[in-house]
Design a protein around this ligand. Structure first.
Ligand code: TRP
Length: 460
């Protein structure tokens, strides 16, 4: 079996699920999801999001698993193996590697911010006071600083490198098995505290009572984009992880578990942030500001009478962000490292060093985008480097990559191959196979086409 080469393999079923969930649960859940919910009208957005996860996310995830596990190869080679002599498909896989690389360059920068905030929280050096400006300027002064954010990104990269260089089973799997349960515990503690805050009810209503008049096409499209990002789809991340699955791993069930965990975590993060936020309605609600300026203020305000609780709450919150960010950054790194190792026939360690160094070098302009190299100094199409990387990856490469995966699995691959993989060569009965096939062939590609066209209109 192609499994017998010296690539790594995940050891246990739980390890597989926690590693894949570690990739999916990330900054996308803790800050992108709440931001999207608040921008798109609350509960109605969440309902659409759930539909998108079930109807587009799940079939795509299963397809990535099929491609990865069938070939036991990195994303680019996986496509090449399944479509020999058809360079266009190879390009689809290579796109994935490139996208992962680009996302990683700025993902480590933001992960570095979470490390800094956790350090500040631990050291008791978080901003204090009643003026909102103090909190916003604490954040801005930090991201503008010429080297501290870089030092933090470097530290995050060292941690990621350390885990990656230990290999699949001893690195990624072990780290995920230790960190994911810790992450779930932190989330539970924070949800309970947040829901018990004064005025929490308004936040809870916002999350639970849908107002369908808020539903517009742009809400639907944002929900689809968010589902992609949050489930780590459309760029070979889960395909790379699936290449380390054993032949008895149940693909459909794993996808289902990962989808459920990611969604539950996202909704619970909503339950952490909204009840807290609705107690201080005037603070910023946009992405970075929400987590780095608003939440610290919320901690101070809510626990003004009990500074110990404010301390514990903020340390836990930033630890949560850091853990979520780390396991996702690891998965992005793995996509590129697996490719470099196999394409250039080198050792995993050397590949990992190369990927880390180049990524950090490109991370420098991303990090400096908020200070020395802001958009007035260096700009690409009017965006600073950070925004440009994000734009290229999430608005162009990801939709194209997702669409390509869908066409590849749904229309190019033989149904027999899909069926063999999903049923582990006929040893399992998967009653949902036909639903999966229908969603994959028709529903998902059409929906994605709509996202992409809409994005183009937005840009134009
Ligand atoms: N899903 C992660 C998050 O929610 C981010 C991430 C990791 C990702 N790997 C990815 C996003 C692959 C898109 C594609 O933060």
């Amino acid at each position: 079996m192609s499994n017998s080469n010296n690539r790594g393999t995940f050891g246990t079923k739980l390890g597989v699920i926690l590693a894949a969930a570690g990739s999916a649960v990330g900054l996308g859940n803790v800050w992108r999801f709440p931001t999207q919910v608040s921008e798109n009208g609350g509960a109605a957005f969440i309902l659409v999001y759930l539909l998108c996860v079930a109807m587009i996310g799940m079939p795509l995830m299963i397809s990535e698993f099929v491609v990865g596990r069938h070939t036991h190869a990195n994303t680019a080679s996986a496509y090449k193996k399944l479509a020999p002599g058809k360079p266009w498909w190879w390009l689809g896989g290579a796109f994935g590697v490139l996208t992962a690389f680009i996302i990683m360059c700025y993902y480590v920068v933001v992960s570095g911010w979470t490390l800094f905030y956790m350090g500040a929280a631990l050291a008791g050096r978080m901003p204090a006071g009643s003026d909102d400006k103090v909190f916003v300027s604490f954040f801005k002064d930090f991201v503008r600083h010429p080297y501290w954010p870089l030092v933090c990104a470097l530290l995050v990269m060292l941690m990621v490198f350390f885990v990656i260089s230990k290999g699949v089973q001893h690195g990624i799997e072990r780290f995920s098995k230790l960190m994911m349960p810790l992450l779930f515990i932190i989330i539970l503690v924070l949800v309970v505290c947040s829901v018990l805050m004064p005025d929490a009810q308004d936040g809870i209503n916002f999350l639970l009572k849908p107002d369908f008049s808020q539903l517009t096409t742009s809400v639907v499209l944002s929900a689809m984009g968010q589902a992609f990002f949050s489930l780590s789809l459309a760029m070979g991340c889960l395909c790379t992880y699936a290449s380390y699955f054993r032949n008895d791993t149940r693909l459909a069930r794993t996808a289902y578990n990962v989808g459920v965990i990611d969604t539950v975590v996202a909704v619970m993060c909503g339950f952490i942030i909204f009840p807290a936020l609705f107690s201080s309605p005037d603070l910023p609600r946009d992405g970075a500001g929400l987590v780095f300026a608003t939440m610290p203020k919320v901690f101070v305000e809510s626990f003004g009478h009990a500074p110990v609780l404010a301390y514990v709450f903020s340390v836990l919150f930033y630890l949560l962000l850091l853990l979520a960010a780390l396991t996702s950054a690891i998965s992005l790194h793995e996509v590129v490292t697996a490719y470099v190792t196999e394409a250039f026939n080198t050792t995993r360690r050397k590949a990992a060093v190369l990927v880390s160094v180049v990524c950090l070098l490109l991370g420098i302009p991303c990090s400096l985008s908020f200070g020395l190299l802001n958009e007035d100094v260096v700009s690409f199409f009017g965006m600073n480097c950070f925004d440009f990387f994000d734009f290229v990856a999430s608005k162009i490469l990801m939709p194209v990559g997702g669409f390509a995966t869908c066409l590849f699995a749904g229309w190019y691959l033989k149904k027999k191959l899909l069926q063999d993989e999903v049923t582990n060569r006929g040893t399992l009965r998967v009653r949902t196979f036909h639903i999966y096939l229908f969603l994959l062939k028709y529903v998902a590609p059409l929906a994605m086409l709509i996202i992409f066209v809409n994005e183009l209109f937005h840009v134009a």
